[in-house]
Write a protein that binds this ligand. Structure first.
Ligand SMILES: [Zn+2]
Length: 365
């Protein structure tokens, strides 16, 4: 009988325990994947330290790459791009599984469809186990968008595809075509620096990154930002500060990953005519924003929100990484001296250091 080591999260501020469980027989449509590498997303770290709550006990980790170990009965034989899926293939998969025939999914919002299942976010139950990245194996259920990986991309960069990169791809989709446009990226954490790289790759004219950390802004420059501004040093973010960076700027898109109300309000005052603001970072309780409706109307602004992503974004993320992983130093964003045995140290390191991502090596051979 096949067994899997599993890192089980029991609640905030409690040690994650390592247990060994039997791998259950695969059900209709399921695929067994041997996990190779998982990065700890900010939401994993926030769950670990109690800033957000999750069903428990659970297996955290949803930014995962692995190899197909076994195709279950009537498992999909093609990935979501139409390429064959075979045992031994390296794959990554979306954070979600949901009924693709639901109204929500057909409207491009599968991440909000009824019956939504999210890897790395589900309670361990007798009938539902091995659904996270911090284990030797993960069972992919029906209706999971899967992508076969054939390009030679380092594992730390690959693992980023199915949360960070796909979410940013969704934000860019909502912002519209960026070629020749000036884009403001606020918050230069993991998603912000990936956004700089994706905007640059799409041919944006100016990519302006704003943050409160010089170190993070230096990283943003390596990922394609051609102007940066430290909000902490310049008495807050103002439209004037942005104009000082580049006087001919016309901000036609702004992507917020900071989640800071004052920053989002600044974005809305800095956008040019016809501009689009996409808000991604504010995934925690906060005060209402102050919006000047006259300004919004006269400048024909669009404000959009984004949570997670859809299959189109997931595919765009994989294609971006295949084309551009060597254009930017992605692997340097991931600190990965960890494995399942050191998973508690990995979480503490993620919470206590400024690392963009912590990587966990699994099943090393
Ligand atoms: Zn995530």
């Amino acid at each position: 009988m096949k067994t899997s080591r599993v890192a089980i999260f029991h609640g905030a501020n409690q040690p994650i325990t390592l247990e060994t469980v039997a791998v259950p027989p695969l059900r209709e449509g399921e695929i067994l994947v041997r996990n190779e590498y998982t990065t700890l997303c900010r939401s994993d770290l926030n769950t670990f330290c109690g800033k957000r709550t999750e069903k428990i006990p659970t297996i955290l980790g949803h930014e995962i790459v692995g190899v197909i170990e076994e195709l279950g009965p009537n498992a999909p034989l093609k990935d979501c791009r139409g390429s064959a899926l075979r045992e031994g293939d390296r794959v990554t998969w979306a954070i979600y599984a949901s009924d693709p025939h639901s109204t929500m999914a057909r409207e491009g919002l599968p991440q909000k469809a009824p019956g939504l299942f999210k890897y790395g976010h589900e309670e361990i139950l007798p009938e539902s186990h091995l659904h996270g990245g911090l284990a030797d194996y993960c069972i992919l259920r029906r209706h999971t968008p899967i992508i076969g990986i054939t390009a030679e991309i380092p594992l730390p960069a690959l693992a980023l595809i199915n949360c960070s990169v796909a979410t940013v791809a969704g934000a860019l989709r909502l912002a519209g075509t960026l070629t020749g446009r000036d884009v403001l990226v606020t918050g230069a954490g993991m998603l912000g620096v990936i956004a700089c790289a994706m905007c640059r790759s799409q041919g944006a004219r100016h990519v302006i990154a704003l943050d409160v950390s010089d170190a993070r802004l230096e990283t943003a420059k390596k990922f394609g930002a051609n102007f940066v501004s430290n909000a902490a040093k310049e008495c807050g973010l103002t439209v004037e500060n942005i104009k000082l960076l580049a006087p001919d700027i016309h901000l036609s898109a702004a992507l917020d990953f900071s989640g800071v109300p004052e920053t989002m309000e600044m974005i809305l005052s800095a956008l040019g005519v016809g501009g689009v603001a996409v808000l991604v970072g504010a995934t925690f309780p906060q005060r209402a924003l102050s919006i000047n409706a006259e300004r919004l109307i006269r400048n024909i602004h669009t404000v959009r929100g984004l949570h997670n992503y859809n299959q189109q974004d997931f595919i765009a993320a994989a294609e971006f990484m295949a084309r551009h992983h060597s254009d930017f130093p992605f692997a340097r964003l991931v600190e990965d001296a960890f494995n399942l045995d050191s998973v508690n140290e990995a979480f503490h390191s993620g919470v206590n250091t400024g690392a963009y991502r912590i990587g966990i090596r699994l099943n090393e051979r």
